[in-house]
Design a protein around this ligand. Sequence first.
Ligand SMILES: [Zn+2]
Ligand SMILES: [Zn+2]
Ligand SMILES: [Zn+2]
Length: 450
Amino acid sequence: MIARLNHPDYDRWATQIRATGGCRQPIHLRGKIDHYDKATGQLLHRYTTKHEPDGVLRVPCKTRRASRCPTCAETYRADTYHLIRAGLVGGKGVPDTVTSHPTLFITLTAPSFGTVHTRHEKNGKTQPCHARRNAPTCPHGRTMSCTTRHSKEDPRLGEPLCPDCYDYTGTVLFNALAPLLWKRFADSVRRHLAKQGGLLLKDFRHHLTLSFAKVAEYQRRGVVHFHAVIRLDGPGGPEAPPPPWATADALTQAIQHAAGAVTAKAPAYAGQPERILRWGDQLDIRPITMNGDLTDQAVAGYIAKYATKAAECVGTLDRRINPLDNLEAYNLRTHARRLITTCLDLGKEPDLADLRLADWAHMLGFRGHFSTRSRHYSTTLGDIRADREHHARAEDITTGRLPLFDEDTVLVISEWQYAGKGHSAGDALLAAAITGTPSPTPQHLDGSRP
Ligand SMILES: [Zn+2]
Ligand SMILES: [Zn+2]
Ligand SMILES: [Zn+2]
């Protein structure tokens, strides 16, 4: 800290840090941008990182994960919010007539893989977890009952009543196959709608579009479920309305049918039979309205919040697990460790190789994207980012930091090299103070804790 504060280029360093907005793990880039006159080849302007502090430019990491960088995750959350909301009420290139299209908010859950500690409330009062008179005893001698009224923070929530009975294999296979289940679900909704409209499936897209934005959430038991906004548009997207027969009721029916019908198969391995996985019975379908129970703002806020979370809220690690990692050395919940171990063990089975369970053990087997949208849902995160960068560039030109050239007559050549990531311990504290962000827990540059 002292060395940084006393360094002659401290002000420039502080400016860089402010420009990253308080990113906790900025990317260090080394390189240059040259502006040449296209006609004469003359060098008009050069920016190089040679004269920057430590010879590098620090740029935000742009992660979506709040556990890694709260600042960049907040940007991602806000962008996702605007993108989801534009798909509900219009804006950012989406016409506001989209509010008249049938739009539902749905939750697709996983089936049960064994009884876990849960918390439910009735009239504002916490109920006992699993109170059973004459509760059965499991083969491991555990009584399948729990009369505790669990608090919201109780670490036992989501943990099985009997870990030896709990179906860890089913859980990770479900996580691994959930993206395929979703794809089949969306296909089945289209097929069912086509049937209702008397269309051949191949003609579906000439009449209507199924647009959606979805987000994966980990339940405390370590299994993913999906929340999604599903909307019916005309052919080609939100500019045109869907045909009159494609109503919210028709969409609801198609969703109910598809959620119950689709399956995904995990292959047989090592003497174990193949397994058919499907969605759980709990399907929630709610209309999104501008002023009712479930508003556009609430839905956009909900999806954006989950888009910045990963599996770490279940108590697992937020990075890949190395085969040599000693899992005992990490502060993992027993349930999370069992799920990870199951992934690592099943990952060795040649018949399950396609599921890449060992690579995705830290995600408890799920290798899908956390937050995805169909092509026509609304604008894209890329467009929102480009808008912001365009705005920043315009500001750099007006304040004299970038030259103003006619883009047609200038050739811009940039060369960048990755030169590292993160802050030293002293820089991290200074950066937090400069940007008014919370001081990070000390950690090494590779993210491990000292
Ligand atoms: Zn960051
Ligand atoms: Zn309990
Ligand atoms: Zn048991």
